[in-house]
Design a protein around this ligand. Sequence first.
Ligand SMILES: Cc1cc2nc3c(=O)[nH]c(=O)nc-3n(C[C@H](O)[C@H](O)[C@H](O)COP(=O)(O)OP(=O)(O)OC[C@H]3O[C@@H](n4cnc5c(N)ncnc54)[C@H](O)[C@@H]3O)c2cc1C
Length: 391
Amino acid sequence: MLDWLIVGGGIHGTYLSNFLMNSKLCVHYKTEKILVLDPNDQIMERWNRNTRNSCMDFLRSPRVHHIDLNPNALYEFGKTQKFSNGSMYTDPYFRPSLELFRRHCDSVIYKCKLDKIRIKGLAVSIKKLKHCFEVESTAGFIKSKKIMLSLGMSNQLALPNYVSACEKWDGKICHVFDTKFDSGKIGHDKEIIIIGGGISAAQLAQGLVKKSTNNVTLISRDKFKTYQFDSDPGWIGPKYLNKFQKIDNYSLRREIIDAARQCGSLPPDICESLKNLVSNNLVRFILDEIELVRLTKTKRLEIKLNKTSERLVADRIIFATGFATFRPGGDLIDQLISELGLACAPCGYPVVDKSLQWCPGIFVSGPLAELEIGPVAKNIVGARLTAKRLI
Ligand SMILES: Cc1cc2nc3c(=O)[nH]c(=O)nc-3n(C[C@H](O)[C@H](O)[C@H](O)COP(=O)(O)OP(=O)(O)OC[C@H]3O[C@@H](n4cnc5c(N)ncnc54)[C@H](O)[C@@H]3O)c2cc1C
């Protein structure tokens, strides 16, 4: 029987498996006593795909946020690396390049043998037995004393209702984080419309202009909102968290989280380069919303805009509209709540204790932990804050 089964092998699950096996701060769990269950072939596959598809060059977070234990590890690793083109960091805050971040992840996975504790499969239900939990998965039944749910929210894309009706249109309408989308395979000389005004929309627009001869139009219903991070760094430490964690009312916690998040924002440097592209006519920017889309006889997309009623014709619409904010985990979490009678706040998210236990033996990280960890729960640093609570 395992000591720990981590369900979900993204950044969170991978960092937490490293922490549980190697941190001096906790019991060193043995390799054969920990498994990470994830349906993808590669470790952190969703992260790699999402960051590649959004054409991200540099992380939004600083270089101390990564999957190794020592916060300086990425910086030290960087000193050993050679970069023939592009820089390793960007200002402000020494944000690492995606390339450096990836190489460092690969080195940590190799050094800590994190690939040896993976099992490919999807958890479908969790049952409480007398002394442990039994997870039913597509890889079979797995027994473990403790379960960490690190499911992320990559499976729940934020899309307007009309998109589901357009699915048959041969991938002409898609989401940048859809598993079927590949920004490297768009081709050239096409009219591309990107929907969204946040960091991913901006990076995608820049990436498509750099890599192709496509005409890129960006449609956003809001003006650009610049903010360095997706929430104030005070949320990483006691500045805001001390007060937040004393609040008993979970609806109030939710309101505070929602207000603290700079959703749809983009860092000033990315906003500046996007504005340059717009003023050089390399990207067309439209402040509006789509009212209607239809497929023309020539299999192109005709779009009617809401405010101006202008009509545009495109070959592809890519939504860069982020993730839906309902509670992640779908049927697995619904089943767990009803099986174990677990507490949820009015927003549907788990009410957990200070050690992030939903009930004895069931732990959460990422968005599922946000009512305890606060607005940064989903970020890389959220995994690091989660680990500290497990000590
Ligand atoms: C483009 C992009 C850029 C970002 N940049 C930054 C940044 O610079 N800095 C920062 O701090 N944060 C950033 N984030 C936010 C966050 O760090 C990432 O979203 C990160 O990938 C979250 O990691 P995760 O492990 O929680 O989720 P994921 O990467 O989504 O991993 C969760 C895993 O759980 C698996 N899973 C789900 N359900 C089950 C199940 N039932 N059974 C088994 N496995 C399951 C999924 O398949 C997935 O592999 C970014 C996010 C995006 C999308």
